[in-house]
Ligand binder design. Structure first.
Ligand code: GSH
Length: 221
């Protein structure tokens, strides 16, 4: 059971978030990777609705989660944390150079080419939903995201995973695609939808999800 209050591997998480974010907070990526390799960690909680102490901003400059510590080593950014874990375990990042760099490319593509497009939709639908221009802007933003999803699906082709064996690239891409679970966008991309379902069906994902949900102070209403 990777959650162990005595573990020296720490992962920061929230114990209080708005309902739409439950199960989607980005510590999922790190918890999932740790579950894949059976590595114990201790979650360290903050309230998403409250200002973060300066001491935490010295660790995660933006006051966000996840941040990660392995003994004295502290890092932040979910991509960097997954790369760090991948360095340590080939079940997360293959040792063959071609496969390793393919996985690294896809991890960064998920973060840098796909997530920004999908987060624009989340911003319009959730954070800016009350702005009078949000509805008007949405079709153009959705069109841009569709183009990116189309290219991503084309690149995946017939493969199960983005870079050979399952890797941190797939953890990142699955969690990125989950950002638009409140829409039916993925239905237009059946291979991507099937890819995401394959990721979510992994026992390690399910354990990470259950643990994130169990960490919230108030049960889901
Ligand atoms: N680029 C960061 C983004 C982290 C992020 O956006 N975390 C969200 C939770 S999913 C957060 O902490 N939001 C609160 C805030 O921005 O103040 C990463 O991938 O680690």
């Amino acid at each position: 059971m990777p959650i162990d209050q005595t573990a020296t591997t720490l992962v920061t998480a929230f114990d209080n978030v708005p309902a739409f974010a439950r199960g989607r907070v980005r510590d999922m990526r790190v918890r999932w990777a740790l579950e894949e390799i059976g590595r114990d960690y201790c979650p360290q909680f903050f309230d998403a609705m409250k200002p973060k102490p300066d001491a935490y901003r010295d660790w995660q400059p933006y006051g966000q989660v996840p941040a990660f510590a392995d003994g004295d080593l502290r890092l932040f950014e979910s991509g960097a944390i997954l790369l760090y874990l991948g360095e340590q375990d080939e079940r997360l990042l293959p040792r063959d150079p071609a496969a390793r760099w393919a996985a690294t490319s896809w991890l960064i593509a998920a973060l840098n080419s796909v997530e920004p497009m999908l987060m624009q939709i989340v911003s319009l639908d959730v954070f800016l939903a009350r702005e009078p221009w949000a509805k008007q802007a949405r079709p153009a933003i959705v069109e841009m995201a569709r183009a990116r999803l189309r290219s991503t699906e084309r690149a995946l082709g017939e493969r199960d995973w983005f870079a050979g064996p399952f890797s941190i690239a797939d953890i990142m891409m699955t969690t990125v695609l989950r950002n638009v679970d409140h829409t039916d966008m993925l239905a237009e991309y059946p291979a991507l939808a099937a890819f995401k379902a394959r990721g979510e069906a992994r026992p390690a994902f399910q354990r990470a999800l259950a643990d994130q949900l169990a960490g919230f102070r108030e049960p889901a209403g």
